[in-house]
Design a protein around this ligand. Structure first.
Ligand code: FCX
Length: 437
């Protein structure tokens, strides 16, 4: 089979043609209008950026190059010893729009494992950070420091043609994805298991296989499979979410992929975005502590109202785009149903029970446009069950995953020659004049 680079070289010209045609024939065609609510409402619903790898439908959820999550589960190659989608097959699909063969997937795994070690300077930097610094801050710092060896930046300094941007961007993106497990696992060890030795990367393992091994959970096959699915499913969620959009915005200045992605990580670190999976667990455990065993639907209902009446959001519920239960949530729930130990896990049962009550309470509360769970409602609780209980670490795992989609788009943005992003802002005075005109 063809290599990833050969495949991309083949698919890029057609996309470049597609953009050229859109520009030539439709630059002035109107496809929507801007309302005041978009300007003051976080640009919700405004179609204003290109994103190639995935599109989010409010009712159906995410599709990656047209493939739904169940489609992906059918066609994307798993690890040799597993059943779940792995990061490499998802990355291949996102980057090329094509389903890789198992052999192509293995090649990519081997390449990533080959490149996965951290430079000594980054190891030393991460080791010097205070144990009490949030793991997401540490991850962002580590990723930005990897820009020391950016191929894109070096080539830009020397002077390169625009047509070469994407090849150097791709090399940096693959390097970064390869190094994320070692970086993220080093942070975990430093913060939660200081003094324990990290194993070497195994050239025969996939990215997530290596990641679980580095974290110290390599002998837990079910957790490894869960993390494979988790990381594949969190890989991309179209372009407007805060982390993806940040990578796109920063990347549009031609700062290199390491800098662009570190910025994205700091957007992911907010409680309305990626940090929600840590918040869900904290919230469910507080519920369990307050109510005790044998929690009833009525108990949960009361607890939900208590959260809402104190002015807090119910973490893991609601979404900026989705208007139905998140298919990523459903896929993770299905994973739990196939594992007896998860089916019987008290924390998973509590998540399920909460799901049976929360949508009706949120509807009655009447504020959120989407009363259904998003992926964060369940993702952290499975980790908790398997003994990865340090929930301040959970968003780091999301951060390892989101690189797949955010970095894919950087490659496409450079291949398509997309410009610096620079929307127009207005003051309220200007807006008042505009509405009167
Ligand atoms: N609990 C209580 N109130 C909620 C709510 C929830 N779960 N979700 C939305 N609301 C409220 C909003 O706070 C807003 O109130 P306001 O009018 O007083 O400002 C109102 O409902 C309308 O918000 P809505 O348009 O439905 O939602 P937004 O697009 O503004 O925000 C998020 C979407 C996801 C930020 C929101 O639903 C939320 O805060 N959810 C809880 C946190 C969470 O789970 N985030 C993870 C999202 C995602 F999956 C991810 O990024 O990982």
């Amino acid at each position: 089979g063809q290599s990833l680079r050969e495949t991309l070289k083949e698919v890029i010209p057609a996309k470049q043609e597609q953009l050229k045609k859109l520009k030539a024939e439709h630059s002035q065609t109107v496809v929507g209008d801007i309302k005041v609510e978009n300007i003051i409402g976080g640009m919700r619903g405004l179609k204003s950026m290109l994103w190639e790898a995935s599109v989010l439908d409010p009712n159906e959820g995410i599709r990656f190059h047209g493939l739904s999550i169940p489609d992906c589960q059918k066609v994307l190659p798993p690890a040799p010893n597993g059943k779940e989608i792995i990061a490499e097959s998802m990355l291949w699909l996102l980057l090329t729009g094509q389903v890789p063969t198992p052999e192509q997937t293995r090649q990519l795994s081997a390449e990533l494992a080959e490149k996965g070690n951290l430079p000594k300077s980054v190891e030393d930097l991460v080791d010097s950070l205070p144990q009490s610094l949030h793991p997401m801050t540490q991850l962002g710092i580590g990723v930005s420091a990897l820009n020391h060896d950016s191929q894109f930046q070096a080539a830009y300094e020397k002077g390169m043609k625009k047509s070469e941007y994407w090849t150097h961007t791709l090399e940096d993106c693959l390097t970064l994805i390869a190094k994320l497990p070692a970086l993220a696992a080093r942070i975990y060890r430093n913060v939660y298991k200081p003094g324990t030795a990290l194993p070497a990367l195994d050239k025969d393992l996939d990215l997530v296989g290596n990641y679980t091994q580095l974290l110290g959970y390599g002998d837990n096959h079910n957790l490894t499979e869960y993390l494979r699915l988790y990381i594949a499913l969190h890989g991309d969620h179209e372009g407007g979410n805060a982390s993806a959009h940040t990578a796109h915005l920063v990347g549009s200045t031609l700062s290199d992929p390491f800098l662009a992605y570190s910025a994205a990580l700091f957007a992911l670190a907010g409680p309305l975005h990626g940090l929600a999976n840590q918040e869900v667990l904290r919230w469910q455990l507080a519920m369990q502590k307050e109510i005790g065993d044998n929690i009833t639907h009525e108990n949960i209902k009361e607890y939900l109202w208590k959260t809402l009446n104190s002015g807090q959001v119910v973490p893991g519920y609601g979404h900026g785009v989705l208007r139905n239960p998140d298919p990523r949530f459903i896929a993770l729930q299905e994973f739990c149903q196939t594992r007896p130990e998860l089916k019987e896990s008290p924390i998973i049962q509590l998540v399920n029970k909460t799901f049976e009550v929360a949508p009706d309470v949120l509807k009655e509360h009447g504020k959120t446009k989407n009363p259904y769970p998003n992926v964060d409602a369940t993702s952290g609780c499975v980790l908790y069950h398997y003994g990865l209980t340090e929930f301040k670490y959970y968003t780091v795992i999301f951060g390892v995953s989101r690189a797949l989609g955010a970095l894919t788009q950087l490659v496409w943005a450079r291949a398509l020659g997309l410009p610096l992003e620079r929307p127009k802002s207005v003051s309220m005075d200007v807006l008042e004049k505009l509405v009167k005109a």
